[in-house]
Ligand binder design. Structure first.
Ligand code: G6P
Length: 369
């Protein structure tokens, strides 16, 4: 088993550290930065259809649903197509309005999740075109869909999803750029710029992973917490949701992810000197606003752990702890900001004596309702 874990203590840690490689594998043969071109063989038959679709519906469960929220942000921003993101379990039991013009993207690591499969079957009956974003090649979902793009993250053993999530986000990023290319919503020059940056993300992930020792130390301060709040704005919001999910899944600490601006409509009531608040506070369009959210937490004596852009000095003055990630465009923030949150959950869970690879009551793939 030690061999399978490649020298790491747990599959989860191995999978976290594999992410520069898995993202590279996911992009291989699909991006041509110099030409500003994305090639997605799995959905190329639908390239023309993508020019004229009214909307996209993303269906998924768990971590895959969080990847879907990042996808919504990216597709709307770059391809200007309206996107709705639905929990497959909810979508299948209401009577959603779906037409032949709709494209449904089903995201699933395992490709076997029962609710996601049922949602696909329903949308298919109503005439929608279904794309899959799956990790396990040849699983049930890829067989049910009309077309799709595999994430190629390799087998994920840890129950809590890590490298599959960042690979899903990578595929959705590629899909957003591909759709933008088909629709002409991005100039060639902008595509060159974005793809050139995307091409460097694996190296930046390696840099983000270098904070492992620092995160281990910070984990000691948080290990006895009973609650934890995660805040983010824009594409940092799904990152906050995923950070909270990771922590609750493997450490059993109650954690909630919230859009930072919504804090004042509820969670602020929970903040006191025992409440850790993890804030995605990188330098992007909402930086100043997030800074005021941090001030609100500090004014109530909350403990702030901020994920910041390399070299940041402003947040550092306010936050109790800071973890740096390399600078990037907002488009790629989720890929980088997720890394320290995965490591944080891992170390906290370990310090609490939890079984990180096989948390209680959870299953790697949920093939029943
Ligand atoms: C389970 C797993 C999660 C996963 C979710 C959806 O809850 O523990 O890690 O995100 O199912 O699974 P899927 O295979 O469809 O992505």
């Amino acid at each position: 088993e030690m061999l399978e874990k490649g020298g790491y203590e747990h599959f989860m840690l191995k999978e976290i550290f594999e992410q520069s490689r898995s993202i590279r594998d996911c992009m291989r043969g699909r991006i041509y930065p110099n030409e500003g071109r994305v090639q997605l063989g799995g959905i190329k038959e639908y390239a023309d259809k993508l020019k004229n679709i009214d909307r996209i519906i993303i269906v998924a469960c768990g971590t895959s649903w969080h990847a879907g929220l990042v996808g919504e942000y990216l597709i709307e921003e770059y391809a200007r197509i309206p996107v709705e993101v639905e929990y497959a379990s909810e979508f299948r039991y209401r009577n959603p309005i779906i037409t032949e013009k709709d494209v449904v993207i089903a995201i699933s690591q395992s490709g076997e999740t029962a609710d996601t499969m049922a949602a696909i079957e329903m949308a298919k009956e109503k005439g929608a075109t279904i794309f899959g974003v799956c990790n396990v090649v040849g699983a049930s979902i890829p067989r049910l869909t009309h077309a799709g793009v595999y994430t190629h993250a390799g087998p994920e053993i840890g129950v809590a999803s890590t490298k599959a999530f960042t690979a899903q986000v990578t595929v959705l990023t590629l899909m957003a750029f591909y759709m933008a290319q088909q629709k002409g919503t991005l100039t060639q020059a902008k595509l060159v710029e974005l793809l050139t940056e995307l091409d460097c993300i694996p190296e930046k992930i390696t840099k983000a992973l270098a904070s492992n020792e620092l995160i281990k130390e910070i984990a000691h301060k948080f290990k006895d917490s009973r609650n934890c709040l995660f805040l983010g704005r824009g594409s940092g919001f799904p990152v906050a949701l995923e950070g909270a999910l990771k922590l609750k899944e493997i450490s059993y600490i109650h954690a909630e992810g919230y859009p930072a601006a919504e804090m004042k409509h509820g969670p602020i009531a929970l903040i006191d000197e025992e409440m850790p608040v993890v804030v995605i506070a990188t330098k992007n369009s909402s930086y100043e606003k997030v800074i005021s959210n941090i001030q609100e937490v500090k004014a109530r004596k909350g403990i702030v752990l901020a994920i910041v852009t390399e070299g940041d000095t402003e947040v550092r003055k306010m936050a109790d702890y800071c973890i740096e990630i390399p600078d990037s465009s907002e488009a790629f923030l989720p890929l980088l900001a997720t890394i320290p949150l995965q490591l944080l959950s891992y170390h906290i869970a370990l310090l609490r004596g939890c079984n990180v690879d096989q948390p209680r009551n959870l299953a790697k793939s949920v093939t029943v309702e």
